[in-house]
Ligand binder design. Sequence first.
Ligand SMILES: O=C(O)CCC(=O)C(=O)O
Length: 303
Amino acid sequence: MVMSKFTQPPSLKPFKLALIQLGNISATKSDNIKHAREMILKAAFAKPDLIVLPECFNSPYGHVHFPVYAEKIAFKPGEPYDIGKSESESVKMLSSAAKECSTWLIGGSIPERDANSDNVYNTCTVYNPQGELIAYHRKVHLFDIDIPGKIKFKESETLTGGTTLNFFDTDFARIGLGICYDIRFPELAMISARQGCQILIYPGAFNMTTGPLHWELLQRGRAVDNQLFFSMCSPARDTTAVYHAWGHSMVVDPMGKVLCKAEEGEQIIYTDIDPQVFEEARAGIPITKQRRFDVYPDVSVAN
Ligand SMILES: O=C(O)CCC(=O)C(=O)O
């Protein structure tokens, strides 16, 4: 299902974004949740408007782990969610941390077990400053790759791909969601942009093979193609883990300039989003008004 009806986005306002490149992700879920909470509170000292966690923050990254760490969330888009009745300890922590810090929070992703089936998803949840769970995104494109001698990974062994594209509105921006491998499919970013998103945020965890060549290139590409801000938030690299994350969480502006970038280790990075850059990029290079749908079809139109 594709988002279809266009609604007017809020106008983009200046805001401060914090990315938590979380480290110490261990086999003990409760420790991971506790550490994530501590880091959210730490990030909140600088008074960001929005805090972001990385992909798979409560579990080691690997298809064998997803069903073991999966939690039932049972979120229904458009319907109020009762945190008190949630079966997910990760959701409860994220909600209370967002409320305590009075900030928007993109809760990275966690393995999620569907409430009505045995399907497991890689799911991102979003909280407003009141701690309400208001949006989610189930990773649409599963990370199945095989580069001989380098890396083989098959999320589809245990995960099911999501079937919806998702964004949410704050008082400072419309924000589009994706998770990691979703970035390789430009259609998703393009559709979010046409839906009025001014910034796209994808929790992610690239690796030591694809990270060096593609992590920054893809983010700058998506940012320039769509003339919007783009950000990915990674876990820190842990060379004792089976999966070595690339790290280098970053934020890119609509001209493709990297505004901030982490190294490999645990780190919180901040950036101030400036709407002027967004407006000047679109005014100066007016591709949003120059498309030739008489020559090629508009593939962003809902099916
Ligand atoms: O696309 C890539 O190279 C990495 C993707 C990935 O690590 C993921 O989807 O979790």
